[in-house]
Design a binder for this molecule. Structure first.
Ligand code: WTA
Length: 571
């Protein structure tokens, strides 16, 4: 679908002239806005929370507006400062140190954010886990990171195979009043015992802050390692792209188990001292419109999957809510359909601003600034201070309109600094000075980038990144499954769904019950979003002579496309 550009609107945006900002831009100038520029010693928790709590005008301002079906709470910057200090004191009491990996596995809650900043305050590395993860997913991450401590709830603790994790020394339980908490640290009781004062551990810009596990096309999930330095890009994009201002009420719908939920659900809004809405519970159109209305949200950062669901819910639902405070909407995670842009113009009279980035990039890289014309279907242009290009497999730049690898010139501030315990994997992202994203795209003559697809087998289902290898590995643990190959199959609402092709072990008969059982097995072992929605039984799974599953061929079969080069196919 070819749509006319959606022209920029009149408005008092933080950036009025994108080209002007780009010219002569230097990240050093962003650093100068922070007091640590002179000392070189920094802590994200101080910049995001304590700095505002120390400001008499801001200390009692609401930092966190928390809303879940059974709980509602508002927390000021000063309260968040004190609670994270308390948690930092608990960590010290438990002998946790700078550089330790401390993981969080719990639903979004005020306790989550207090713990998260407590971890940063002692200079440790926080590892937030998506609350829907099941045992295998939890274990892989805790094992690889050699996490020393986990903060979780009694319900979620059931999915943590504690006895198989020798490095995991301590467990903190939130909401443990009615359970036997021997061997565990009780969050609520300990919080009462410790001081509200804490001396922050000042760290270097390049010291570790965060580990987010993410999937590639092969192997187990990889720990993407981010450092405090990233804050200058969270701050800058918060200003330019999210257009944050003092009085905004901001809502980012992502879970902090994913990078959007930390970079833009925690860092960007609080670096700007803005009131941040956090909503727990499931997605329904009424719940989400209700949240926008009730909290008078002014800026909203969400994902195409959610927007597509709102589109299907229809105009009648939108019309029941007062969304008049909403002034700016952004999207991330998957291609933003031009249809969704048209719909939002019609029913909400708002433009939707697509943004492109990845777990590895730490912050937004290609965006639609509020002061730019939007070309529906395009992800926009690189932010100031970032150079993007389309390159070939040797890292040579291609010309406009040629399709190739979307690549970023190495060295932007929020770039990952390592893959945990896996230097080889880290190196493999870089060719000839370019970070190669694995996305295919082209750039038009005016410098707008257009997403085309993934170049590897990574699946994007409802904006969540799933590695086929993880799903295949789980599938073959099922007693009936001999071999498995997993692909992403295009789906109008979810972007892609997970489709598995399997062969059965002798003695197992194909039946609906069996397929349902296999599906449940993956769901209960990994997570609901990683479970295949479709399973097809085959006589064989195509493999190369070296034994690699030919997912490309499976996909061509599924889509009825030409099968291409099959010369490496096993006899
Ligand atoms: C995809 C999420 C099209 C892309 C922040 C990328 C997008 C992967 C967009 C990263 C977009 C992200 N348009 N595709 N605007 N944004 N993607 O690591 O394939 O969960 O490589 O980071 O999502 O997913 P991740």
């Amino acid at each position: 679908m070819d749509m006319k550009p959606v022209p920029v609107r009149e408005g008092n945006y933080n950036v009025q002239d994108a080209e002007g900002l780009r010219q002569g831009f230097d990240w050093e100038d962003v650093k100068k806005e922070f007091s640590w520029y002179k000392t070189g010693k920094v802590n994200m928790a101080y910049e995001a929370i304590d700095r505002h709590a120390e400001d008499p005008d801001k200390k009692d301002k609401t930092a966190l507006l928390y809303s879940a079906p059974d709980r509602e709470e508002s927390v000021t910057f000063d309260q968040l400062r004190k609670r994270s200090n308390q948690f930092a004191n608990i960590l010290k009491k438990q002998d946790m140190k700078k550089g330790d990996r401390i993981f969080l596995f719990m639903p979004r809650s005020p306790e989550f954010y207090a713990s998260f900043f407590g971890i940063l305050k002692i200079g440790a590395i926080a590892g937030p886990l998506f609350e829907a993860f099941m045992e295998q997913a939890v274990r892989d991450r805790l094992e690889d990171s050699e996490a020393r401590m986990l903060i979780t709830t009694p319900e979620l603790l059931e999915r943590v195979p504690v006895d198989q994790l020798p490095d995991l020394e301590k467990i903190v339980l939130v909401g443990a009043e009615n359970v036997d908490v021997e061997n565990y640290i009780d969050f609520d009781k300990e919080m009462e015992k410790v001081s509200e004062d804490f001396d922050i551990e000042w760290v270097d810009l390049e010291d570790g802050m965060l580990l987010h596990y993410t999937s590639g096309s092969t192997g187990k999930p990889k720990g993407v390692y981010h450092v405090h330095h990233a804050m200058i890009q969270h701050y800058a994009t918060g200003e330019w792209v999210i257009d944050l201002k003092e009085d905004d009420i901001y809502w980012c719908t992502a879970d902090p188990g994913w990078v959007t939920g930390t970079s833009y659900g925690i860092f960007a809004p609080w670096l700007h001292g803005v009131t941040n809405v956090i909503r727990g519970g499931r997605f329904t159109p009424d719940a989400w419109y209700g949240t926008l209305e009730k909290y008078k949200v002014t800026i909203w950062y969400t994902a195409p999957t959610a927007l597509r669901k709102l589109v299907s819910a229809g105009k009648d639902v939108v019309d029941q809510y007062d969304l008049s405070n909403l002034r700016h909407v952004m999207s991330v995670g998957e291609p933003l359909n031009p249809e969704v842009i048209t719909w939002a113009l019609e029913v909400m009279d708002l433009r939707i601003h697509d943004t492109w980035w990845m777990t590895e990039t730490g912050a937004m890289l290609i965006v639609n600034l509020p002061c730019m014309d939007i070309r529906p279907g395009s992800m926009g242009k690189p932010i100031p201070g970032v150079v993007a290009a389309i390159v070939d497999n040797e890292g040579n730049e291609l010309t406009p309109n040629q399709m190739g690898n979307l690549a970023i010139k190495e060295g932007w501030p929020s770039m990952m600094r390592a893959i945990w315990n896996n230097p080889g994997k880290f190196e493999s992202y870089f060719i000839n000075g370019w970070y190669v994203s694995g996305d295919s795209a082209y750039m038009d003559e005016d410098g707008y980038f257009w997403f085309q697809g993934r170049l590897d087998d990574v699946i994007n289902t409802s904006g969540e990144r799933v590695g086929p290898f993880e799903v295949e590995s789980k599938l073959i643990e099922h007693p009936a499954v001999a071999e498995a190959g997993v692909i992403g199959k295009p789906d109008p609402e979810r972007g892609e769904i997970i489709k598995a092709f399997i062969t059965l072990n002798d003695g197992h008969e194909a039946s609906e019950e069996l397929l349902e059982d296999i599906r449940k097995f993956v769901k209960n072992g990994l997570s609901a979003h990683a479970a295949p929605r479709e399973i097809e039984i085959k006589d064989t799974i195509p493999k190369t002579r070296s034994g690699k599953i030919m997912r490309r061929l499976l996909k061509s079969w599924e889509l009825g496309l030409p099968t291409g080069d099959t010369s490496t196919l096993e006899e």
